[in-house]
Design a protein around this ligand. Structure first.
Ligand code: E4P
Length: 217
């Protein structure tokens, strides 16, 4: 399983990129709004930091296929690494079909059932984004959705990649990896949490003490 960073915060993207663990970035309208910057300005900056797939979503207020196709073309023109993120609706699927035929890569977002993922893949989505955490929030096991989609895609020979989204903690990350997600898109804080273990900290402390006892500082 690979990692994307799920944020529009440029400082976090730089830090995760320097760690060498991410190979892409996902954004959504809420994450862009949180930064209070213009969509194109922040997306361009992200493409200059990470050399990999960068998902930029069509405007939250654009609900018709025609509008999504127009915006999708504009987003794709920003940089060759751009992936057009499109919500899982009938109009969204129509837009995915047209954009895919033009060679524009898409990420179908807000997926909460395996049927939605299957439809998105058949429409031509490069990526599908099932939302783990938001299902957990309403008492439905999000990880089951990831494994159902992984099984269906494997049985049906579907090449669309599964991006586990709405990942909130390190247990989610492990669950996604075991369930067969191709990618997990995670916030920076979760990556930092994943680096930690108390035995790592105490091991470093002990090595330092033993070394200093014989060789000094
Ligand atoms: C990524 O593609 C999603 O937009 C994101 O992971 C949603 O996460 P949230 O449910 O924590 O807002």
């Amino acid at each position: 399983m690979k990692f994307f960073l799920d944020t529009a915060k440029v400082e976090d993207i730089k830090k995760a990129n320097e760690m060498g663990v991410i190979c892409g970035v996902t954004t959504n309208p809420s994450l862009i709004a949180k930064e209070g910057r213009q969509f194109e300005e922040v997306i361009k900056e992200i493409t200059s930091i990470v050399d990999g797939p960068i998902s930029g979503e069509v405007k939250a207020t654009t609900v018709d296929a025609e509008g999504m196709i127009k915006e999708g073309r504009e987003i794709a023109a920003i940089h060759p690494n751009m992936i057009v993120k499109i919500p899982m609706t009938v109009e969204g699927l129509k837009a995915v079909k047209v954009l895919a035929a033009e060679g524009i890569k898409t990420n179908v977002t807000l997926i909460f059932t395996a049927n939605q993922a299957l439809l998105a893949a058949r429409a031509g989505a490069t990526y599908v984004s099932p939302f783990l955490g938001r299902l957990d929030d309403i008492g439905v096991r999000g990880v089951d959705l990831i494994s159902d989609i992984a099984n269906i895609f494997s049985v049906s020979g579907i090449e669309s990649e599964i991006i586990a989204a709405s990942v909130r903690n390190p247990i989610h990350v492990m669950d996604c990896a075991l369930a067969g997600a191709d990618i997990a898109t995670v916030p920076y804080d979760v990556i930092v949490q994943m680096t930690k273990h108390p035995l790592t900290d105490s091991g470093i402390k002990k090595f330092q003490e033993d070394y200093k006892a014989v060789f000094g500082e």
